[in-house]
Design a protein around this ligand. Structure first.
Ligand SMILES: C[S@@+](CC[C@H](N)C(=O)[O-])C[C@H]1O[C@@H](n2cnc3c(N)ncnc32)[C@H](O)[C@@H]1O
Length: 272
């Protein structure tokens, strides 16, 4: 998209190319092309300070793919709400879910306009999938959105995905209240997946938090207890609990993890 850095096509939503975007920087870390110079500069700064950043992004993505596969193959969940879905990449949630259950329905939500632009193109011929531009900190607007109401039957279990998103919600924005909003409205047997920056008392996590807060105004590395507390009451944590993302139900996980790989964790819980 380099040529588009200075150009805004009148048919596309406006993208602010003067500041890095989380979605575009993450795309850059994953090796994607849907990013601007400002995102690459920010991503490179991140890689300089945390050379394992691309590994963290890939580990996170791998855990998400395994979680969706596990949910669809082991349970009767056939509908997903992916909050902070990011730009389309390889093996998106609907592709993984529909591979095992062609009737699976997916509502993607992201507040970055570039996700909506690319998502619409990807999903043009998929009636069971939609992408909504909305802020996950305002869940009422998401649950009342006509596309959510069209695709999701809240009397049946749902898969709610917070993959690498709640660490972009600051403490004073009450991320636990966002999870609680959904847990109060989903049926028993619903699955909630969270992946999250994990501090593990590693001082680098505090330095990186300052980088993210300084550039984006958001980004929190939380302890394992703080991440688990996001679920609140009424959930049963599934095996293997909260673990580094690369280890989450991964038969091919390496025996020895790098320190970086310990800085992103994944966990799946079922509503009682
Ligand atoms: C690190 S990416 C993760 C993408 C994807 N969930 C994954 O795990 O591969 C975080 C995504 O969350 C989105 N995001 C961050 N804060 C958000 C908010 N308040 N509302 C909606 N989306 C948000 C960003 O735009 C970005 O696309």
């Amino acid at each position: 998209m380099a040529d588009a850095d200075k150009q805004q096509n009148g048919n596309l939503p406006y993208f602010d190319t003067s500041r890095p975007s989380i979605a575009r920087t993450y795309d850059y870390l994953l090796g994607g092309k849907d990013n601007f110079a400002v995102d690459r500069t920010f991503g490179d700064r991140f890689i300089n300070e945390l050379p394992g950043s691309p590994v963290i992004a890939h580990d996170n993505r791998g855990a998400l793919i395994r979680a969706v596969r596990e949910i669809v193959t082991n349970t009767r969940v056939r509908q997903f709400i992916d909050l902070g879905s990011g730009l389309p990449t390889a093996d998106n949630v609907h592709q993984v879910a529909q591979r095992y259950a062609p009737d699976a329905k997916v509502v993607y939500v992201d507040n970055d306009p570039i996700v909506l632009a690319h998502g619409r193109a990807l999903l043009a011929e998929n009636d069971n999938t939609t992408v909504i531009q909305a802020d996950l900190r305002e869940p009422k607007a998401i649950i009342e959105h006509p596309d959510t109401l069209r695709l999701v039957d809240f009397s049946l279990p749902v898969g709610v995905i917070f993959s690498a998103t709640l660490h972009h919600v600051n403490d004073d924005e009450d991320p636990a209240a966002i999870v609680r909003f959904w847990s109060d409205r989903i049926a028993s047997g619903s699955h909630v997946f969270i992946s999250h920056f994990r501090s593990e008392n590693d001082p680098r996590s505090q330095e990186l938090e300052q980088v993210l807060q300084g550039s984006l105004g958001r980004g929190r590395w939380r302890t394992d207890d703080q991440i688990l507390a996001l679920f609140g009451d009424g959930f049963t944590i599934q095996e293997p609990g909260l673990v580094p993302a690369v280890e989450w139900r991964n038969d091919d996980a390496p025996d020895d993890l790098t320190d970086y790989q310990r800085l992103i964790a994944a966990v799946l819980a079922v509503k009682d």
